[in-house]
Design a protein around this ligand. Structure first.
Ligand code: NAD
Length: 369
């Protein structure tokens, strides 16, 4: 009997519905070729869910995600829901909550250069030659999940002597949280080039000093074959631009990872190409690294390749379908080598007939599968 996998699809906002349609197209094509059925069910998250029921992560969505074999997310957010009112619901809360509820403590972001797009980077070709790194970001702890509060009670700190505001966020980690993310990084390094760069701010932060101590303990005891270097986060921001090809696996705290992975994404020159996987001990979630691109929503011009490459990661990590995953990546590579582009990755030399819309780009990938 044909194997069936349940996929919980979360189109979200902005370009989300347009790009997830292309991800599903690829899943269908892979299913047909490898004798598997991917049963995709759409459900609400983010701004779309706020509009429907006032909650960025409705209970039904969480239940559907928990019951599925994998979650495919597009992106959430947009100016319609932007607010500085701490009491108002925001789309990103849906994202943070689903990560927390599903226990997705590891975010894997591969950063690789597609040869055909090397010219899109703002860095010189000799600097980006050979860039192939995996950023392992801790996703359910640290600064984004610590206690936070805002007060409106600071005497005389506001304008005209009125009461002013103060606010705090806390960065907290528990030993087991650092241990498990460290192990994920060392395991990833063993399957790659055997090097981990642990990024922290140990010269200032107590959490970082604990982080460093634990990462070294795990490394020395369990992964003596893996090379380990410590890099301070400010230095890491510089070295990513200076010597990006020297990084293999980069492991770091939640907010540091958020910022550094966007910087690393930029090395490739094409945010629309980068996927990510969020893994825990149960169902995993796959999504592009970019946001909901509200500036180009509903125009049919968004690049669906990061979403398609998140399907590649799903096949690899949730379904152990390495051959199918390789086929998806190969299809994307050939499409680019043949010169097909969406607008964001086209340049002055791209012939107009090679600039494709979202659906046509998805069709090209499927044709090459
Ligand atoms: P963004 O990634 O949405 O867009 C940045 C720029 O890249 C824009 O010019 C956009 O048009 C372009 N871009 C992004 N993805 C593209 C694609 N697939 N094809 C072509 N061009 C693409 O980041 P932003 O503008 O800072 O944020 C927009 C919204 O997305 C905000 O509400 C933000 O909170 C949200 N956001 C969501 C996620 C997520 O869902 N994981 C991540 C980041 C930002």
């Amino acid at each position: 009997m044909k194997k069936t996998y349940q996929i919980c699809c979360l189109p979200g906002d902005g370009i989300g519905p347009e790009i997830i349609a292309e991800g599903k197209k690829v899943l269908d094509a892979v299913g047909a070729r490898y004798g598997v059925t991917f049963a995709c069910e759409d459900t609400l998250i983010g701004g779309a869910a706020i509009d429907a029921c006032g909650n960025p992560l409705p209970d039904e969505t969480l239940e559907a995600a928990r019951a599925a074999d994998a979650v495919l997310l597009a992106s959430v957010g947009g100016p319609k829901w932007d607010t500085t009112d701490p009491a108002a619901p925001r789309p990103e809360q849906g994202l943070l909550k689903i990560r927390k509820e599903l226990g997705l403590y590891t975010n894997l972001r591969p950063v690789q250069i597609f040869g055909a797009l090397a010219g899109a980077s703002t860095l010189r070709p000799e600097i980006i030659d050979g860039v192939d790194m995996m950023i392992v970001r801790e996703l359910t702890g640290g600064l984004y999940f610590g206690r936070r509060e805002r007060f409106y009670d600071e005497p005389g700190a506001g304008t005209d002597g009125a009461a002013g505001q103060r606010a705090y966020d806390t960065l907290e980690y528990r030993e087991y949280e650092v241990e498990r993310i460290a192990r994920q990084a060392f395991e990833a390094a063993r399957k790659r080039r055997g090097k981990v760069s642990s990024v922290d701010k140990a010269n200032v932060l107590e959490t970082s000093r604990m982080w460093r101590e634990i990462v070294h303990r795990i490394g020395e005891a369990e992964y003596p074959d893996v090379e380990l270097e410590d890099v301070l986060v400010d230095n890491a921001a510089m070295q990513l631009i200076n010597r990006p090809a020297s990084f293999d696996v980069v492991v770091t705290e939640n907010m540091f990872g958020d910022i550094l992975s966007d910087e690393a994404a930029q090395i490739t020159g094409s945010l629309g190409m980068l996927a990510s996987a969020s893994l825990g001990d149960g169902v995993a979630l796959y999504e592009p690294s970019h946001g909901s691109a509200p500036d180009i929503a509903d125009q049919g011009i968004a690049n669906p390749l990061a979403q398609i490459l998140s399907v590649e990661m799903m096949l690899r990590y949730s379904f152990d379908m390495g051959e199918a995953a390789d086929a998806v990546r190969a299809a994307v590579t050939v499409v680019l080598d043949e010169g097909w582009r969406t607008r964001d990755i086209a340049d002055a030399e791209t012939p107009a007939e090679c600039v494709l819309g979202t659906a046509a780009m998805g069709d090209q990938v499927v044709a090459h599968l």
